[in-house]
Design a binder for this molecule. Structure first.
Ligand SMILES: NC(=O)c1ccc[n+]([C@@H]2O[C@H](COP(=O)([O-])OP(=O)(O)OC[C@H]3O[C@@H](n4cnc5c(N)ncnc54)[C@H](O)[C@@H]3O)[C@@H](O)[C@H]2O)c1
Length: 361
């Protein structure tokens, strides 16, 4: 049985991945290490909280003593590192915590994995690791920077991150790569496009727009809204990560994407239409500084070499996602109370004095 340390497992993708593992794969134990920042929420995991193969530990990936204890107590043989500060806007306001968690935290995990998994720990030239161990770094397409009207990111596209968030993720990718090149630690890096689906914190485009629509509040759209992203359902991302865990060749990077490019404004219109609301709710606000214009992922490597394919069409996935948020209004109310209101005011009310979070209490 695998003993999988999932970090950041109380966040959006991490919690979907924990459920994916426990509901789908009987042959693993899941240890979820999460600091429970504003983005971490144990309500995301209520369905599995008493599962016999699930253990939650509150704590941070920078806490080396704690991570060391977990490796020792749970015989960790696999790490899937989702833990991160993940929101570009917050990285513009407060970059430092992004560097600490996303880079230093990743390096702490790598060090401890190397210590426990190396067959001859005292031999600095030995590249022998216990068979079957793996460190999987969950990264993002944003590390490649922005594209023009055409072209797609492939795994060898040079990294050119433009925000403090993407720069911190690119740095983490580099240090993960270095642990493979220098020590031979079996690693994979996955770089995925924008995810959508249940349990996403409503600072991100899709749940924010659904929530505002439901409360009949303005929908703040950055600039002209023509920023293009490739969208993938979170469950397809989880399946892809699992595929790379099981079959990925050590040292390799795998892009993950759904071949589904959409401009932000298209998504906003689609949500308005699906929820029967009027386009007059759209308010264009000043664009984010350095906002990347277009991302697009070429997923040929993972589809041809590992046999992964996305299972959701965007139309099916977005319809299910809207229904999920509407059916889980208590979850939305919980995450949009308190701190979220202050954040929302900081981000958007400068441009939109009329907005308030009253509907979210
Ligand atoms: N959301 C996307 O569209 C997307 C796309 C590609 C890649 N990614 C990557 O996937 C990962 C997960 O993204 P997400 O959208 O689920 O993020 P999220 O912000 O929803 O969740 C992050 C989780 O990490 C936890 N965390 C933060 N700092 C921590 C620390 N020091 N120690 C332990 N836990 C900590 C938080 O409490 C939270 O539960 C990130 O690494 C992100 O870069 C996200």
């Amino acid at each position: 049985m695998k003993n999988i340390l999932v970090t950041g497992g109380a966040g959006f993708i991490g919690s979907n991945f924990v459920r994916y593992l426990l509901e789908g794969n009987p042959d693993c134990r899941v240890i979820n290490l999460d600091l429970l920042t504003y983005a971490g929420n144990l309500a995301n995991l209520e369905a599995v909280q008493n599962h016999p193969r699930y253990h939650f530990v509150k704590g941070g990936i920078c806490d080396r003593n704690l991570v060391d204890d977990l490796f020792c107590s749970y015989y960790i043989d696999t790490v899937v590192n989702f833990a991160a500060e993940s929101h570009v806007d917050r990285s513009i306001a407060e970059p430092e915590v992004f560097l600490t968690t996303n880079i230093i935290g990743t390096q702490a995990l790598l060090d401890i994995a190397k210590k426990y998994w190396k067959v001859h720990p005292d031999d600095k030239y030995s590249r022998e690791f216990i068979p079957g161990v793996k460190f999987l770094q969950v990264s993002t397409d944003e590390v490649y920077g922005a594209l023009g009207e055409t072209g797609m990111f492939i795994e060898t596209t040079p990294l050119a991150p433009n925000s403090p968030y993407s720069a911190s993720k690119a740095s983490a990718d580099m240090i993960v790569r270095a642990y493979y090149e220098t020590f031979g630690l079996p690693v994979n890096i996955t770089r995925c496009s924008n995810n959508y689906g249940p349990y996403q914190f409503p600072e991100k485009l899709i749940p924010l727009m659904i929530n505002n629509c439901q409360c009949d509040k303005s929908l703040p759209v950055y600039g002209d809204g023509r920023q293009v992203r490739d969208w993938l359902h979170v469950k397809d991302h989880c399946a892809a990560v699992y595929n790379v865990l099981a079959k990925g060749v050590a040292g390799e990077v795998y892009n993950i994407g759904g071949n589904n490019e959409k401009a932000n404004i298209e998504i906003v219109r689609l949500i308005l239409q699906a929820m029967g609301k009027d386009e007059s709710l759209i308010t264009h606000v000043q664009d984010r500084p350095g906002h990347d214009r277009r991302y697009a992922i070429d997923n040929t490597k993972i589809t041809t070499q590992l046999g992964w394919q996305p299972s959701y069409t965007f139309e099916q996935g977005i319809a299910e996602t809207i229904s999920w948020y509407l059916q889980n209004s208590d979850w939305m109310k919980q995450v949009t109370s308190g701190e979220y209101c202050k954040y929302y005011d900081r981000m958007y009310t400068m441009e939109e004095k009329e907005l308030s979070c009253q509907g979210s209490e």
